[in-house]
Design a protein around this ligand. Structure first.
Ligand SMILES: CC(C)(COP(=O)(O)OP(=O)(O)OC[C@H]1O[C@@H](n2cnc3c(N)ncnc32)[C@H](O)[C@@H]1OP(=O)(O)O)[C@@H](O)C(=O)NCCC(=O)NCCS
Length: 197
């Protein structure tokens, strides 16, 4: 057993349990890692956010609001816990859940860089999609990424998203405006992706 095993994380609720990961509701203890990630230029560039030096007090304020908005009805925001180390490595989310149109917007990040490229985003997204389509009865999940984020594009393709369009000059990135690719996944796309994977 590794000496740096995070036992506290391993004792958290296993809301969606996978092979190498489990997903648990975002919690107060996740604050410091996300603060670090959102002050990393490479990370914020990839997610299409902005590098803003924020005091911990101010960041905590926003984080607390995010925690309070995770009601499971309009937003599902889950932390990804790596089972063999107990590390908190990233987040997956369904935002803007629309009960009438039965759709939601997908988000994912693996904040801990050493855990990237190991199939963890795929595993976490598939756990979330099973919950979204099969338990919440969603009909459509949508997403987007900017054109320079090759990793995110590969991930969307692998997950079975359909490229639906381009929003021109959506993000300011590296001193210029870049396009955003819009993706959508209908329930039938999701079911097809299960047969392929
Ligand atoms: C994009 C991101 C979520 C991918 O997570 P990950 O755990 O590394 O992805 P996975 O290992 O599950 O890989 C999924 C697929 O994408 C491919 N991929 C991942 N990163 C890649 C990269 N940088 N370039 C090219 N392909 C990449 C993988 O090869 C894999 O496809 P394959 O199985 O056919 O080989 C992660 O790099 C990340 O969090 N980046 C910073 C934040 C971000 O970009 N979030 C998405 C915003 S829309």
């Amino acid at each position: 057993m590794p000496s740096n095993l995070n036992k506290a994380n391993l004792s958290r609720i296993r809301f969606l349990d996978g092979k190498r990961l489990f997903l648990t509701p975002l919690a107060e203890c996740d604050l410091e890692s996300t603060y670090r990630w959102f002050h990393d230029k490479e990370f914020v560039d990839l997610v299409g956010s902005y590098l803003q030096p924020t005091s911990m007090a101010k960041y905590r304020d926003g984080f607390d609001k995010l925690l309070m908005s995770c009601d499971g009805k309009t937003r599902v925001f889950l932390s990804i816990i790596h089972k063999s180390s107990g590390a908190f490595i990233g987040n997956v989310s369904l935002d803007g859940i629309d009960q009438y149109e039965r759709k939601a917007a997908f988000g994912v990040f693996i904040g801990e860089k050493r855990y990237r490229g190991k199939g963890y985003a795929i595993e976490a997204a598939r756990l979330l999609f099973r919950f979204g389509f099969e338990d919440m009865g969603l009909r459509r999940i949508e997403s987007s990424t900017h054109v320079l984020n090759k990793g995110s594009q590969a991930l969307h393709q692998k997950l079975g998203f359909v490229r639906e369009g381009v929003a021109r000059q959506q993000y300011f990135y590296g001193g210029r405006y870049v396009d955003s690719i819009k993706y959508g996944m209908l329930r039938q796309d999701y079911q097809r992706s299960l047969k392929i994977s």
